[in-house]
Design a binder for this molecule. Structure first.
Ligand code: SAM
Length: 289
């Protein structure tokens, strides 16, 4: 079955009595070439297929799922919508390598669900993400204890640009600095609204995150510092240090000085290494208070 043909999408909608739901960010992919390109980018080239578990968020009618099943040993997917879960159950009936969780991905215990399934395998996440929860989905994957090698997601183009932005760029923000800790981000290609049914109001892009570091106590502290220093975006690092971490002016000055940062700088100019050094210096100060 050609899941990306608009005719099939329409027929399936009728058969299952469903219609695209805005509240779940449902814009189905109706371009087979784009679905192939995402699946190809998501999967490693030099890895034995049976060693790969593809983790998908929001399989919808299965446009990407079908292609992931062609390229991976196992596919595990989370779908929130009961109508789509029924459709997916029929489409992939008898495919034992496919595990579907009828669940809100953001509430799922993914370490428990996927940990056992992925034993002896490498995890590659792929999705045409529901755009209303892009950043939480990406952060959940990065902050999970799962050994995820790469995350390939289609998201709103503007958000992809934000995630890939470098310190000092106008788009650079907390999400760019947070993702940079864990992964090398790259925007692979743009996708026009005409490739979806229904057409979204925004342009899309496919983002690739090559994961270099897993979640740890150090990561937790780093993310807290990023959040704290971006809390008041227009204020200086020094002011944010005082407000977010309850430091006195003397201690805030000491932190920026020891971390070799200009205290008048703003978080939007700081690199991953700057945040890391500030993190260390906050810890040092707190030890001595
Ligand atoms: N992968 C399909 C495709 O490319 O055609 C559908 C993509 S559509 C943009 C987003 C999908 O995510 C929908 O199937 C929607 O029901 C599902 N979804 C939305 N919120 C979700 C959540 N919190 N957890 C799991 N799935 C979700």
């Amino acid at each position: 079955m050609n899941i990306t043909s608009p005719k099939t999408v329409n027929e399936m909608m009728k058969r299952y009595g469903i219609a695209p739901l805005k509240k779940f960010g449902q814009n189905f992919l109706i371009d087979g070439n784009i679905a192939d390109k995402i699946a190809d980018s998501a999967m490693p080239k030099m890895q034995e297929r049976k060693k790969i578990l593809a983790l998908e968020i929001g399989p919808g009618l299965g446009a990407l799922t079908q292609r992931l099943l062609d390229r991976a040993g196992k596919v595990a997917a989370y779908e929130i919508d009961a109508g789509l879960v029924r459709a997916l159950g029929d489409t992939f009936a008898g495919r034992d390598e496919f595990t579907l969780f009828h669940q809100d991905f953001l509430k799922a215990d993914i370490e428990k669900d996927i940990g056992g399934l992925a034993e002896g395998m490498h995890i590659y996440a792929a999705a045409n993400l529901p755009y209303y929860i892009t950043s939480p989905c990406i952060m959940k994957l990065l902050e999970s204890g799962l050994d995820i090698k790469r995350i390939t997601v289609m998201i709103q183009k503007e958000v992809a640009q934000r995630i890939c932005a470098a310190p000092g760029d106008s788009e650079y923000g907390a999400i760019s600095a947070a993702v940079a800790y864990f992964a090398d981000a790259k925007m692979l290609f743009s996708v026009s609204p005409g490739c979806f049914y229904p057409k979204p109001d925004v342009s899309s892009a496919v983002l690739s995150l090559d994961v270099k570091r897993s979640y740890s106590e150090e990561a937790k502290d780093y993310l807290q510092v990023v959040k704290g220093l971006f809390a008041m975006r227009r204020k200086t690092v020094r002011s944010n240090l005082r407000q977010s971490f309850g430091l006195s002016i003397e201690h805030a000055v000491q932190v920026v000085k020891s971390a070799d940062i200009d205290g008048n700088a703003r978080a939007e100019t700081l690199s991953k290494n700057d945040f890391k050094r500030i993190c260390e210096e906050i810890k040092n100060i707190k030890k001595n208070i």
